[in-house]
Design a protein around this ligand. Structure first.
Ligand code: PMP
Length: 405
């Protein structure tokens, strides 16, 4: 078999299905968030406004964070110099883990190189090392959780998305003595809907299960100190593990779990995805700590962000641009056709200086292709008018249906 030929065939199938991913080459700028320079295929540049970043609050360019990173890079150097076990544990990693445990009101925390790795490594370890454990996984859980679960090879049940009654039915059918873990998210990234956390915890308690909540799209964003939806709803103590990222609202990079001391120590001691990899750069850990501390104290960014999300929704409503109503900060503008979605995204970039990545199958189901818009506190009224006006004109050009106000 010609291995490279097999790869070529697989890639041309992606092209034919319209699912080949093209990355927009950007240069982001400090002091100018959410603007960026876009480099096209010919190397030409143009200024664009980014409307699809997960740096939800602009903390990646906040001087509190960049200043701290600069200071620590000068003090400690570029890299950690080793795995956590062999010379790589820096004072700033330890400080960050303390900060995270405090943020979620848990006994301990452990950081990983990304949110993806934290889910994959923590779930993979917990579920493979506890004999007979059964995992109950929300049907729309993120790929990182799915891969961790798959890697563990434990018994798996999928419960219907955000459906505690279905979860209860599945649990009732299983051995009451089997150890159980429920894995779910708070804010789901593509639809922006929010889990009924309390109802899911009630079911988990009834059947003696431990709970694992991914708050990747919620940390820094919800709750009086940015502790996530569980903090906002006073439910942090109902969750065994709260997992999050340092790469979205906190603006840096890395992932983490928080939970009981013994569980965190267990993952620290057995997870190969934690043990056998170089630790995060100390400057990054210090920058993330500064970001978390800042957002614990300041609600100004969260408040301004909420106001801007409402303004974007109102502007879209006024123009009849259909978008999914949900209780979060994610605004999915529904196109419902892969090639139109890609075309709109391309023309927004070239003709309007607006960057929104198209979201097509397999990330979302066929027929629900969309532009996932993520307003930030730093988009201006003029930016919002420009976005809604551009969408309005492209909607007409594509003969797409309008939403009825
Ligand atoms: N969980 C969810 C729900 C996510 O959407 C993502 C990434 N988009 C991750 C985990 C992975 O986080 P990170 O980007 O830090 O790897």
């Amino acid at each position: 078999m010609d291995i490279l030929k097999t790869m070529e065939t697989a890639l041309s199938e992606l092209h034919e299905a319209g699912n080949y991913r093209v990355f927009a080459e950007l240069e982001r700028h400090c002091n100018d968030f959410p603007k960026a320079t876009f480099y096209d295929d010919a190397g030409e540049t143009r200024d664009v406004t980014v409307w699809c970043s997960n740096d939800y609050l602009g903390m990646g360019q906040n001087p509190v964070v960049t200043g701290r990173m600069t200071e620590i890079i000068q003090k400690c150097g570029a890299g950690a110099g080793g795995t956590r076990n062999i010379s790589g544990t820096n004072h700033y990693h330890v400080m960050l883990e303390r900060e995270l445990a405090d943020l979620h009101d848990k006994e301990a925390a452990l950081i990983f190189t990304s949110g993806y790795v934290s889910n994959w490594a923590a779930l993979g370890t917990l579920l493979s090392k506890i004999p007979g454990i059964i995992v109950y996984s929300d049907a729309l859980n993120h790929a990182s959780m799915i891969e961790g679960i798959r890697h563990s090879r434990c018994t798996k049940r999928l419960f219907r998305h955000n459906d505690p009654e279905h979860l209860a039915e599945l649990m009732a059918a299983d051995d009451p003595n089997a150890p159980k873990l429920v894995a779910f998210e708070s804010v789901y990234s593509m639809d922006g809907d929010i889990a009924p956390i309390e109802a899911i915890c009630d079911v988990a308690d009834r059947f003696g299960a431990i709970t694992y909540l991914d708050e990747v799209h919620a940390v820094g964003m919800y709750g009086p100190r940015g502790g996530g939806v569980a903090e906002r709803e006073g439910l942090m103590d109902r969750l065994t593990v709260i997992e999050g990222t340092l790469g979205k609202a906190f603006g840096v990079m890395g992932g983490y779990i928080t939970g009981p001391e013994v569980l965190v120590d267990f993952v620290r001691s057995f997870a190969s995805g934690f043990i056998f990899t170089t630790a995060l750069p100390p400057a990054l850990a210090a920058g993330a700590t500064a970001s978390i501390r800042y957002l614990k104290e300041s609600s100004a960014e969260r408040d301004a962000h909420k106001a801007n999300v409402a303004k974007v929704r109102a502007a879209l409503n006024a123009r009849g641009i259909p978008h999914m109503e949900n209780p979060s900060h994610i605004v999915p503008v529904m196109v419902g056709n892969a090639s139109k979605c890609k075309w709109i995204s391309d023309v927004l970039m070239t003709d309007f200086g607006i960057y929104v990545q198209p979201i097509n199958y397999p990330t979302v189901p066929v027929g629900t292709e969309r532009l996932r818009i993520t307003p930030t506190p730093l988009h201006t009224e003029a930016d919002i008018r420009h976005l809604s006006g551009a969408l309005c004109s492209l909607w007409s050009q594509c003969a797409l249906a309008r939403a009825v106000a």
